[in-house]
Design a protein around this ligand. Sequence first.
Ligand SMILES: Nc1ncnc2c1ncn2[C@@H]1O[C@H](COP(=O)(O)OP(=O)(O)O)[C@@H](O)[C@H]1O
Ligand SMILES: [Mg+2]
Length: 384
Amino acid sequence: MRGFTDFRNYESADVELVPGANLFVGSNGQGKTNLVEALGYFATLGSHRVSSEQAMIRQGADAAIVRARLRHLEKEVLLEVQLNRVGPNRAQLNRNQIKVRELPRHFSTVLFAPEDLALVRGEPSGRRRFLDELLVLRSPRLSGVITDYERVLRQRNTLLKSARASGVKGTALSTLDVWDERLISLGSEIIEARSTLVSELQPAVYEAYIAVAGEDHHTKLANRLSIFGGDPDSEANDQDTTATVDAAEAATRFRESLDRLRRNELDRGVTLVGPHRDDLVLGLNGMPARGYASHGESWSFALALKLASARVLREESNVGDPVLILDDVFAELDESRRQRLADAVSGFEQVLITAAVFGDVPEKLAKHTVRIDRGRIVDPEEPS
Ligand SMILES: Nc1ncnc2c1ncn2[C@@H]1O[C@H](COP(=O)(O)OP(=O)(O)O)[C@@H](O)[C@H]1O
Ligand SMILES: [Mg+2]
């Protein structure tokens, strides 16, 4: 059970979620995505569609409040978050104030959305984000490492640019050495964490792909590391690695690359190697999926990545399975993928599905249906 106030187009709403599948049906623009976005906030402290939280507060209201009662085995917790137009947001656990950033410790979600296709077909940055979000869900500490890396990267780039402008003086170069050490140490930690994650995801993705596609297309995940000379913009690369790389090895290669590229970096004023230039290469039948996979195969791969993350999160969770959110995905899939996806997700404790067209959703996920109409939750229909 949960409720929310002044969230997006909802003035006030309560919705009872059942274990298993919950389907929300309504025509476009009624508030289906808003509803799952509200719940997703507890897990991601953000939204999958906007970077600004202001957009989540109902127009004309000062604050949005979302409340969720979560039950896992015998344990029940009440989470609450208040997003404020002005001033910091607030969070509560069982009516006691906690830090907002502690919310995700109590709840996790895996979101499937039409935009997931870009995981396969889009730019490397989307795949890096996919890995990093999963890393942070698994070990929240890494959120700080990633933020620090990004900050050091920005400062180092600024320094490279100013060194270029001032004609490379000795002092600028020694300051650069200091930033290099920070960059290498944080970056190597990220490279190791991503590398371990990818090797854990590999078997789960392989199985999930077969489950969704109904065929084995020899899916493979590999890291393309810029410190090994891998260029994220090239389609095929001998440097792709499936082996795990630990932080010590990464640091050595990182340092070598920076030494080798110093001239070039000073010329261009940007940092040319590091986890911000890496890619996760998705292989399908021995070829890169990006550029080779068909529309259906790309969808199967995207779904497999999400299913595999859910599986990995489930294995180490002590607050129960992640809640799977399937926002508008069935409309994108052909009939056989719809059925197989339904089978693959139905083993999870709770699944939330949104659809504009009831008939797009396989029957086994449509037992508990709630209609959404202009920011209102219409009484659930009788379970069939
Ligand atoms: N902050 C807000 N205040 C009021 N209405 C909003 C706000 N943000 C979005 N909306 C409205 O919510 C509706 C979209 O809801 P959404 O959940 O995306 O629809 P769908 O059912 O198609 O998923 C739009 O009508 C939009 O104008
Ligand atoms: Mg929507």
